[in-house]
Ligand binder design. Sequence first.
Ligand code: SF4
Length: 331
Amino acid sequence: MTLSPEITTSRLGSDVTIENLSVSYGDFTALRDVDLHVPAGTTTALVGESGSGKSTLALAASRLLPAGARITAGSVRVGDVDLTTFSGEALREARGRTAAYLAQDASAALNPVIRVGHQIAEVHRVRNGADRAQADRLARQGLADVGIADPDRVARLYPHALSGGMRQRALIAMALAFHPRLLIADEPTTALDVTVQAEILGLISRLQQEYGLTVIWITHDMSVVAEIADHVAVLYGGRLAEHTDVLTLFEKARHPYTQALLRCFQNGRAAQPKEPFITIAGSPPVGGVPSGCPFHTRCGQADARCRTDLPEPRRLSAGHVAACHRLEETR
Ligand code: SF4
C-alpha cells in the first residue's frame, strides 16, 4: 500500500505545547492549569474516567469547544501557532492548517446525504485548492491509503452503505486531507468490534510513522494505551494527575489514581468468569471539584492535608510528573 505522493513528500507533525490551560463551562471549571508537551511525531494518550477533563482538554487543544465553554487561561501551541490567539474566521483558518479531529462516531461525523468520495474531495478542493478532477482523484487515493480495497466503488457510496470500520477509515482519509500537524482522536475505536478496532489501531500507527503525525488520543481503555501511546497523561477532576512515558506508566505509576486505574485494568484482564471486577470506590466529581486534592474523596491514602491543599505537579524523573502530596509513599 502506498500513500498519496502529495502527502508523503513532507512530514506533517509538530510539537504541541499546552501551558497553564484552564477551561470553564459557565461557573464550572472543567480544566485547571494543565501543562502538556507532545513531541512531534509521537502519540500521547489522555486517560481518565468520564468527567476527568480529557475530552475538554482535547477539544480545547483543537479549539473545538462547544458553545458555553471557554478557555479562561493558558495557551495551545501547535508548532509556532498559538491557537488560543485566534477567533472567528482567522481561527477556522488557523485550525484548518494545524489540527484535525477524529470523532468517536464516524456515522455522525460524515454527512449522510453526500457520497463519501465527494465529502473527502471537498476538503481537497476547499482546503488544498485542488480542481474538481484532482480532488476526486485525491479522494480515491486517500481511501486507498487507509486500506479500502476498492476505492472507486466506495467513493460513490453514501455513509450508511459502509460498515463501521469502513466509515472510520473514510473519516481518517478526510482528516488526513487537511494535512494536519496534530491529529486528535476521540476514542475512534470504541464503537468497533475487537477485530476492526485492532485494524484501525494498526492503520493509525502506520500512518503516524509514515506521515510523522503528532497524535493526541483520548481513551479510557488501558489496552489501547499499551498499543498506541508513547506518553500518557492521566487526568482527574480537570487536573493533570500524572504524565509519563508509557513503560513507566505500566511499571512505575506513582499517583494513587493511576495505580487504581491500572489495578482495575489488570484485574479486568485476569478475572475469571463470574469473578467480581475491581472498581474504584465512589464516583468522579460531577458539577464541582472538592477542595484540596480532587481525588481525596476516593483515595485510600488521603490524609488531612489532602482535604485542604491542592497538590502541585512534581517532577519525579525526566518526563515523569505527578500531582500528589504523598509520592514518597507510593513507590
Ligand atoms: Fe491521594 Fe492525597 Fe495523593 Fe490526592 S494528594 S492522590 S488524596 S494521597
